[in-house]
Design a protein around this ligand. Structure first.
Ligand code: DQA
Length: 165
């Protein structure tokens, strides 16, 4: 065996790329036109494109999933565990204030997550001020508009970098 072949054989495979899943709850497909005074004019496609570019620069895989259906979001969280997702960024939207079942799914898979809201839910109607997700979140970002997703992504990337060392 030549020297180069031998060294190739002993080289270990590079670690698999880290994976981030971004979950968006109901009505967030309408971002850009939905109550722009509250949620801004940035579309979900814009948010995803910016997050994807940033994650790609770090060699991290990122996938975005939006659904208006609670069960589909739960199925996506459950699938994330078998897919080896390392971190979740989630805006549960209206389910923030109602969904024990989606909270339970996140608890079941034990994947760390950051909760994001475009608006400052604490400055709005009283029913928006309780979240079923915040107490289990690594952190909560609200009121920063679309920038909140980028802040959550930076946090996730730094956590994943730390985990690789
Ligand atoms: C939201 C706030 C929720 O109260 C609301 O139901 C949403 C969006 C936000 O991003 O500000 O749909 O999660």
């Amino acid at each position: 065996m030549t020297r180069s072949k031998r060294s190739q054989k002993t080289q270990s495979a590079p670690p698999p790329a880290a994976r981030i899943l971004v979950l968006h709850g109901p009505n967030l497909n309408l971002l850009g036109t939905r109550e722009p005074d509250i949620y801004g004019r940035t579309t979900l496609a814009d948010i995803h494109a910016a997050m994807e570019a940033r994650a790609r620069a770090e060699g991290t895989l990122i996938e975005s999933f939006q659904s208006n259906h609670e069960g589909q979001l739960i199925d996506r969280v459950q699938a994330a565990a078998s897919e080896g997702v390392d971190f979740i960024v989630i805006n549960p939207a209206g389910y923030t204030h109602t969904s024990v079942a989606l909270r339970d799914a996140l608890a079941a898979v034990s994947i760390p997550y950051v909760e994001v809201h475009l608006s400052n839910i604490h400055a709005r109607e009283p029913f928006r001020q309780h979240s079923y997700f915040s107490d289990r979140a690594a952190g909560v970002i609200c009121g920063l508009g679309a920038y909140g997703y980028m802040a959550a992504l930076e946090f996730a990337l730094s956590r994943l970098r730390e985990a690789q060392h």
